[in-house]
Ligand binder design. Structure first.
Ligand SMILES: [Mn+2]
Length: 251
């Protein structure tokens, strides 16, 4: 069983090269896998499934016609408003923010990754507010033009805040990582969000549901640019792979 994990594509009209690269990736790399997991921030921005944009319709169509692999989606902090309608259109199964997947002998907990940046109290508070289902419903009930204005105002604010934010605030908290892995009985964690791909080994063994103690290991997928990194798992053999938008894969 081959599974592919990607995230942080940040698809947008300004980067048609990434959209084309993603479509090539779907048509080539994903044809050879059984399950595709998109770990959030597939789109740079999302203000509701009812916004019929050429970009999202094309992506949905390309994903939809990909018959073979099962396709799963976890929302990111950019596209947390993606809902049932878009997922149905794209043939994606929408997963909870923190989910689990069996990889052979080991179990992996998968998430976008913003939940792990616990040092950034202000962001976590903002996240709790915007994930409130009632507030989301109110926002989605606004006319599209007003939603667009609000979203672009928020993006500007976040850009100026992130440029002055100390780096440690955007770091993943290792204690939160191990807390979640222990609670979920998963020795593997796969996420994105930080745009800093890596493999991190911990000096801790995690007790798994299958009664095996396995060393904790965390994989971070990279953001998409001319080059990007994604995770490929064949059974419990997990690798961080470097790929290029033009399809010429590096080793
Ligand atoms: Mn993100």
């Amino acid at each position: 069983m081959r599974r592919i994990f990607i995230g942080d594509l940040h698809l947008q009209d300004e980067r048609p090269d990434i959209t084309e690269g993603f479509i090539r990736f779907i048509r080539e790399e994903c044809l050879r896998c059984d399950e595709l997991y998109i770990l959030g921030d597939l789109f740079e921005a999302w203000i509701g499934d009812d916004e019929r944009a050429d970009l999202s319709e094309r992506v949905a169509w390309e994903l939809q016609r990909l018959r073979r692999p099962g396709k799963f989606f976890i929302r990111g902090n950019r596209d947390f408003l993606i809902g049932k309608d878009f997922c149905a259109l794209a043939g994606l199964t929408l997963l909870p923010d923190i989910s689990e997947v069996r990889l052979g002998r080991s179990s992996a907990v998968i998430l976008h990754g913003d939940l792990l940046c616990t040092a950034d109290k202000k962001y976590q508070k903002y996240r709790r507010t915007v994930s409130n289902p009632f507030l989301q419903k109110c926002f989605l009930a606004l006319p599209l033009s007003i939603r667009k204005r609000i979203a672009s105002g928020m993006r500007k604010k976040s850009r100026s805040e992130n440029s002055v934010k100390p780096l440690e605030l955007m770091e993943v908290s290792d204690s939160e990582v191990l807390r979640i892995m222990t609670a979920r009985q998963c020795s593997v964690m796969i996420h994105g969000h930080t745009h800093r791909p890596l493999i991190r080994d911990y000096n801790t063994e995690i007790f798994q549901a299958n009664s095996l103690y396995l060393p904790a290991r965390r994989y971070v997928v990279g953001a998409w640019d001319k080059e990007f990194k994604y995770v490929r798992a064949d059974g419990d053999e997990v690798k961080l792979i470097t790929a290029r938008l033009d399809g010429r894969y590096a080793l």
